[in-house]
Ligand binder design. Sequence first.
Ligand code: NOJ
Ligand code: CA
Length: 682
Amino acid sequence: MSVMHARRLAALSFLVAVAPVAAAQAQSLRVASPDGRNVVTLAIDRGMLTYAVARGPVQVVRPSRLGFRFRTEGVLGEGLRLVDSARTTRDTTFTLPWGEVARVHDRHAELRVVVEETRPPGRRFGVVVRAFDDGIAFRYELPAQPNLGDFEIIDELTEFVMAEDAKAWWIPANVPSPDRQEMLWSSGPVSKLDTVHTPLTMQMTTGTQVVIHEADLVDYAGMYLAGRSEGRTLRASLAKWKDGAAVKGRTPFVSPWRTIQLADRPEQLAPSLLTLKLNPPSRIADTRWIRPMKYNGIWWAMHVNTATWSSGPRHGATTANTKRHLDFAAANGLGGTLVEGWNVGWDGDWTKAGDKFSFTQAYPDYDLPGVAAHAKAKGLSLIVHNETSTFIENYERQLDSAFALYQRLGVTAIKTGYVGDTTSPGGHAHQSQYMVRHHRRVIETAARYGITVDMHEPIKDTGERRTWPNMLAREGARGQEFNAWGGEGGNPPEHETILFFTRMLAGPMDFTPGIFNLLLTRSGTGVARTPEDARPRTTLAKQLALYVVLYSPLQMAADLPENYEGQPAFRFIRDVAVDWDTTVVLHGRIGDDVVVARKAKGKDEWFLGAITDEEARTIEVPLSFLGGGSWVAETYADGPGADWRSNPLPVAITSRTVTRAVTLRIAMAPGGGQAIRFRRAR
Ligand code: NOJ
Ligand code: CA
């Protein structure tokens, strides 16, 4: 148990010990955010504890029930009375070693209530609510008590009764797909939702933006949201163990926070800092070894099928090829190189035989100590790939020996992978408590060995980067890889304009931008019916803009090194920062377009990224975010005739002097974008 949890539980046991107070008689209790706008009301209604949420005059969540169903102890959440309540407020600022912003202001009001069953067995639980200016959050506390010790939660009874049949952007959950969360987004009214992932972003007719997600998921099951046919009620639906349990635990116990981010306009949703405020402070005292970086890799070649993970004549991860990639990284200011397919286990159908993976033994044509030394000599990180195919026990057995080896070799970064699903022999639902525990174990073990983590097919991000800043980036959505596979599987041009307001609100994504050879004529593993079908559905300028739009402390220059040779536009990838002091969303409409500006950490330099969907658009943005004086705007725009369908490559690179008084006209081609670096004019 973390120190923070222990403290919270100590506070709770104090509350439980005192006699019922006047609050017990109250019908309902309210807590408001410091700005007074976000209000949560807790009430006992026909014996059930409910909460409701309003933002100013707008009712967002109508009274919604709270509670649990246990496997053997039945329902906890009926026949309740209020036995205690307590209030606190907090106003602090904390810094992040890396991020979309350097500092986070945590200002909130907290209300904690304890309820008890009026009839035997008289069990108790607590609910803690925090109201922030950017949203609200609540969590359950199950104190130690005679009639509730070891337990198995079958169902969390938390409901979100949406006040309006708001428009939601969603991806389906509970789908037996090998790559959970790697789905195309749909939009539609809440009443049409089946079971969906969080973050779930909704827009009300009042313009109020509502995002349901969770924070501090440590030893619990990930939460999906389940619609009720034709209703506006979403229910928490927990990922399951193989035996049907959702959460196994023992009191005292706390749940993750259920978070509802609130804003008036889509632009105010990002950067989303709510979950960071709800996670404990860093457990890593000295974080100087943790470095955001750009990287390249032996990766895209396998996805476009010009090299293989497996051994043989087309093996990608050879010593010579790795050195070539490292040399390219060093020559171009990248921080590291990812190598996939270096280790024994890739021959045959690795997706079904993850127990064959060794995380220490390299193929004979890959000199691991040699390439690690080569990387170290050039000041680069070798990013060691650990694909598990969800054979978790096989990976956990090797964790210590593998990480110890990497540490000895000076390797400070890994990328994990969990290709597989619940139907594979080692498979556990990706968002299950089993996997939540596993990922924590990997993150904490990696921290002990001085290793950072990039996680693919991950558990969702709930803000653990505040506590474990070695947890850099993860996938958890459709990334660039889908564009390699071609056919109908490619990402549509609107994809990233939705990601920005949905998945990206959870945390950084290893999307892997930067594909320059957009005229792929054959697909990797998909089926392309026409040459156009095989292509990524983006212009080249948009690929550059993604470095700014889709935040990650790890940004890949994903294309093959040879595809960057002689490309003036590659300059932007060399220049762009990966760590930021501040982030400003200048314009955004979910599914249409986004314009973001970010100030490079500790530098007088700004970067702007603008992207559009399949429509050409011109957006005017005032440059008032810039400091005074003159700036040079180095602009990478869609060139003449650019169009993702027919002509994705033209990029117009221009330079002009601007001041903060200027309003820029950003013209984007269909499927296009624009990237700008602002540096001080001399
Ligand atoms: C899927 C990951 O997203 C991708 O990056 C990786 O190359 C393959 N799995 C193989 O592990
Ligand atoms: Ca993937």
